[in-house]
Design a protein around this ligand. Structure first.
Ligand SMILES: NC(=O)c1ccc[n+]([C@@H]2O[C@H](COP(=O)([O-])OP(=O)(O)OC[C@H]3O[C@@H](n4cnc5c(N)ncnc54)[C@H](O)[C@@H]3O)[C@@H](O)[C@H]2O)c1
Length: 332
């Protein structure tokens, strides 16, 4: 039985792959978990290239309780970083049952197995989507959710509530919730990044697609919408900070993970074009009603309690994303 492992669910995904690299490089013994479809994902081969050794991987669908039990039987897991989820906002609106099942049932299965095996350290991937539409900017962790317009955001909020109830009922559970704002970019090697073939991709990856495909004209809804973009490797580092902080302070903690800087979608296009010397064809359209005008993180708490602050610039987000897109264009 391998000792003191950190289990990372959704490890071949966009954020998961960068977390695996950050934690493995920080010296943690990582088990990268994925469901059956993605176990042989290119991401794991690329992660191994970055690390220079083979990361441990396992196949498991979190909707299958017995499969999770097998993983906990096999490894001595001490901490779980739970990223696996269905994250498509529009998909969540069209398929609410599937979204709730994929996000809630898989989390409940995981929590039950964790309790069964006495594994009580958890870091959970939440989202700024749980804030809904806020007036006060930047948004602090204490802000009350307001008018959450999509099923995905609601599913994350429900899980947060479940975790809060769990920590209240069992004081041995140490739970940290990380509310990511807009993770973008890629590893600076260009070896891992966000798969542009997925249904739901970040705005920056969409820009990369538009820059690669000269025929593509981007419909830019809400060009003045303000977002808080944060480099995905900074997000990975936030997990390293959260793991080392799990044992200290409160047993239930929530942190915003963003850059604390708001920039508009149009500004991001201009920066992307400038730093990468490319042209993107786009047409400005009206903001869609369901879209939030602005969301910016107050990151004070992460800075003071976790000792974490995003370090990479928006220019680095754009160059790293473009490097990933151009190096791997043949696979897309
Ligand atoms: N990317 C963002 O902008 C963003 C923002 C806020 C929060 N988040 C959250 O961060 C987490 C990771 O997001 P991402 O962008 O890396 O998503 P992603 O889709 O790239 O990765 C998610 C991974 O989870 C795996 N997965 C899904 N269901 C599973 C299951 N039942 N069992 C095992 N594996 C399963 C998928 O195969 C996928 O590889 C998600 O929880 C997401 O909601 C993402």
């Amino acid at each position: 039985m391998a000792d003191n492992c950190i289990l990372i669910t959704g490890a071949a995904g966009f954020i998961g792959s960068h977390c695996v690299v950050a934690l493995a490089e920080a010296g943690y013994n990582v088990i990268a978990m994925e469901n059956s479809k993605s176990t042989n994902n290119l991401a794991f081969q690329q992660i191994n290239k970055i690390l220079g050794w083979e990361v441990k991987t396992c196949r498991c669908d979190l909707l299958n309780y017995e499969e999770i039990v097998k993983i906990f039987e096999r490894y001595k897991i001490t901490t779980v970083i739970h990223l696996a989820a269905m994250k498509g906002v529009s998909e969540s609106m069209n398929y609410p049952i599937e979204c709730y099942r994929k996000n809630l049932v898989s989390t409940l299965n995981l929590l039950e197995v964790m309790r069964l095996y006495g594994v009580k350290n958890l870091i959970f991937s939440s989202s700024c989507a749980i804030y809904g539409n806020q007036v006060q900017m930047p948004v602090a962790e204490t802000a009350l959710p307001h008018s959450i317009s999509n099923v995905y955001g609601k599913s994350k909020l429900f899980i947060e509530k479940i975790l809060s109830d769990l920590s209240r009922s069992d004081k041995e559970f140490k739970i940290t919730i990380l509310r990511y704002f807009n993770p973008v970019g890629a590893h600076s090697s260009g070896l891992i990044g966000e798969d542009p073939k997925r249904k739901q991709i970040s705005f920056l990856t969409l820009l990369g697609k538009a820059a690669l495909d000269k025929e593509m004209n981007l419909s830019l809804f809400g060009s003045s919408n303000i977002r808080d973009f944060v480099h995905v490797m900074d997000v990975g580092e936030a997990h390293v900070a959260a793991v080392s902080n799990l044992e200290s302070g409160d047993s239930f903690k929530v942190f915003n993970i963003g850059s604390g800087i708001g920039i508009s979608l149009l500004q991001l296009i201009k920066i992307f074009e400038h730093v990468n010397c490319v042209k993107i064809s786009y047409t400005i359209k009206d903001r869609q009603e369901s879209e939030i005008e602005a969301i910016i993180a107050d990151t004070t708490l992460a800075e003071t309690d976790l000792g974490w602050k995003s370090r990479k610039t928006v220019e680095e987000m754009c160059t790293d994303c473009w490097k990933w897109m151009t190096y791997n264009a043949i696979n897309f």
